[in-house]
Each structure stands twice: as C-alpha cells, then as structure tokens.
Design a protein around this ligand. Structure first.
Ligand code: KG4
Ligand code: ZN
Length: 352
C-alpha cells in the first residue's frame, strides 16, 4: 500500500490531502478563497497567488496532523503543476518540491485535468476505457480516458467553459459568486420554458461546445425585463439557462457515446467530473443520457467535484503505480492539454 500527499493551488482553493492506494482519504482540507474574491465577482489571479502563499504551509501541516501520517511516511508528494493560474500553481508545486527535497520522496507533477479525470476511480470501481465529460470553470471537454496518461480529446468548447457560463450568468443576474451553486439554487421551482434560450451546437456532427451565445441570450432576455427583475423572473431565467445547458450536454455526450461505439470502443461507462458535475440537475440528466444508451453514469461525490487535494493525491497514487514520477526541475504550466495530439480547434478563443 502506498500513501500520497496531494497539494492543489491552481485556482481559488488552497487544498491538501493524504490518500492511500487502497482508496482511503486520511485527510482532505480545502480552504476556499471565495471571500477574498467575492468583491470582484471572479477570481483575481494576484490575490489568489498571495493567499496560497499565506495559507498553504499551515494547511499541509494540519492535513498531516489530521491524517495521523508523518511526512517521512508518505511514499510520494504530488502537486498540481498545471493547467491553471500560474502564480498559484507555482506556489503549490514549489512547496511540493521543497517537501520532496527535504524528505527524499519522489515528486509527482499532476495535471489538474487528469486529477479530475481519475477521481472516480478512487470513489467508485471503474475500469478504462470510459467516456469523460469534464466540466469546470476553465474547461469543457469530452475525453476518451484509455488509461493513466492516455487521453483522446473528442470535443471541446470553442469559447466559454460551461462553469464560466454559469458564473457569468450569475454575475449578470447579480446572484453572487461562485455562480454555479447560486444559479442551481435559484433555478429550483423556475419555469424553464418561459424564456426560449438557444441550444448552441445541438445536432452538429462533431462533439464540440459553445456557450458564449447562451450567455448573450440570457443578457438579452434580462434586458427585456422590468428592473430589478423579480424573484420569479430570476428563477425562470436560471431554470431556462440550466435546461439549455442540460440539453446541449445531453446532445454532445450522446453523440460521443455513439461515436465511440461506431469506432469499436467498448466503454465501461460515462463519467462526469469537474466543478459543474456538482450540479444535481445535470447529474440526473446525464444519468438518463447514459442509461438511454445502456451505460451507467458515475460522478465523484459532490464535495470531490470542485477542486480539492484528494483528487491530486489520488492522481499521484495512480501515477506512482504507473512508475511515473518527475524531476525536481519540472516546470509549472499555465496550459497543459491532456491530449497533446488533439487537432487544434478551428476557432479563436480556444480553451485547451
Ligand atoms: O473544478 P472547479 O472547482 O475549478 C476549476 O477547475 O475550474 O470548478 C469550478 C466551477 C465554477 O465555474 C463553478 O461555478 C462551477 O464549477 N460549479 C457549478 C456548481 N458548483 C460549482 N456549476 C453548476 N452547478 C453547481 N452546483
Ligand atoms: Zn478543477
């Protein structure tokens, strides 16, 4: 059995966890910086990096303390090395390098997207290959997960990530930050049919996404309302927005499952991961999408969908088992696609 310490600092969570190869989370501490960023209704990179510097050492110490494991007893030190806000990534990776140097334990430079992609293998029993819908604040992709370090990107957003669309919608409607949970809450009981919003890319013969038009449509619908909008208006708009997102995800994922089958890939299931996978309505809708094609949908528990250290530690466990560790001069990367061979998307403003 091996034990890995994982560190996550790529966005606005300062997090550390200790995880074992037999899938036990011994400690998992997530410090959200949401209060520091709230006045700006979005994550400010400079504030994030400074806050990671202030908090990380204490969080690692508390995490080890809670886990009952001494630093010298871990088998490896894993940290997110990208993609993400580079200042924060450098803070976490440099801390991990220092700990690895001091203890003589191997360093594992984890791709944040791979950490999201593999989390379900810690929380459920799922074998490769599976289809992954990775939906977060910075990413919206459909990937075929063939193994550790072995990904094929089938589709990606050509503009906004879906979490970004949630966040921008929440900002527009003045619902607060972070936007995803606020929109989900406001949508409850709303009439999703009142505002006819577009379903960008639905029915197209590829597996890419686009969300910027949906955001613009929400803005247009809002400007046609009396100001300030009533609670009913807000609920109906949020329900309409969520329904549009659900329809698009359902369509794109359904197409991807069909594509995999047509090309002879025997999928073990559909997995959704990343912060937006915390959304209950989308979870149940994608469960139906998968069931309609005789597949099971698996997602991490809600608390492990948004950024955390356990997902990084687990990716470290998987990497360690694959014999993949990194030298101490490994670089932090702002961009780091999971599928380096994927064709570039034929549009501007692409998120890797
Ligand atoms: O994975 P994550 O914590 O950070 C990134 O790697 O980006 O994802 C954060 C994103 C934010 O855009 C947030 O609004 C969204 O996930 N999110 C949600 C929900 N919870 C978080 N979106 C929709 N519904 C939710 N319940
Ligand atoms: Zn993330």
């Amino acid at each position: 059995m091996s034990i890995v310490l994982g560190i996550e600092t790529s966005c606005d969570e300062t997090a550390a966890a200790v995880v074992t190869s037999d899938k036990r989370i011994l400690a998992n501490i997530v410090h959200s910086q949401v209060e520091a960023h709230r006045p700006f209704a979005g994550v400010v990179p400079e504030i994030a990096a400074r806050a990671h510097v202030e908090k990380l050492d204490g969080i690692v110490a508390r995490c080890l303390d809670e886990s009952g494991i001494r630093l010298g007893d871990v088998d490896a030190i894993a940290a997110t090395a990208g993609p993400g806000l580079i200042g924060g990534v450098i803070v976490g990776l440099t801390t991990a390098k220092a700990l690895a140097l001091a203890t003589g334990k191997p360093l594992i430079a984890v791709n944040h997207l791979e950490a999201h992609a593999l989390t379900v293998r810690m929380t459920s029993d799922i074998a490769f290959p599976y289809l992954l819908l990775l939906v977060s604040g910075g990413h919206c992709q459909i990937l075929l997960v063939r193994g550790v370090g072995d990904y094929r990107r089938l589709g990606s957003t050509i503009d906004d990530a879906v979490g970004e669309a949630f966040d921008k919608t929440a900002k527009l409607l003045d619902l607060g930050f972070p936007g995803g949970p606020a929109v989900e809450k406001m949508a409850q009981g709303g009439d999703q049919a009142r505002f006819p919003l577009p379903r960008p890319m639905r029915g197209r013969d590829h597996m890419d996404f686009s969300f910027s038009g949906l955001k613009t449509a929400v803005r247009k619908a809002t400007s046609g309302l009396e100001q300030p909008p009533t609670r009913r208006d807000l609920a109906d708009l949020c329900a309409g927005f969520q329904a549009a997102v659900a329809d698009v995800l359902d369509d794109r994922v359904g197409r991807a499952i069909d594509h995999c089958r047509a090309s002879g890939t025997a999928l073990t299931g559909l997995v959704i991961a990343g912060g937006v996978a915390a959304n209950q309505m989308l979870r149940s809708r994608l469960t139906e999408t998968a069931a309609g094609r005789d597949l099971a949908m698996t997602a991490p528990p809600v608390a492990l969908c948004t950024d955390n250290g356990a997902m990084v530690a687990w990716a470290g466990v998987e990497r360690l088992q694959a014999g993949s560790t990194d030298p101490l001069d490994v670089a932090a990367r702002a961009r780091w696609p999971l599928d380096a061979d994927a064709d570039p998307l034929p549009f501007a403003g692409v998120k890797a």
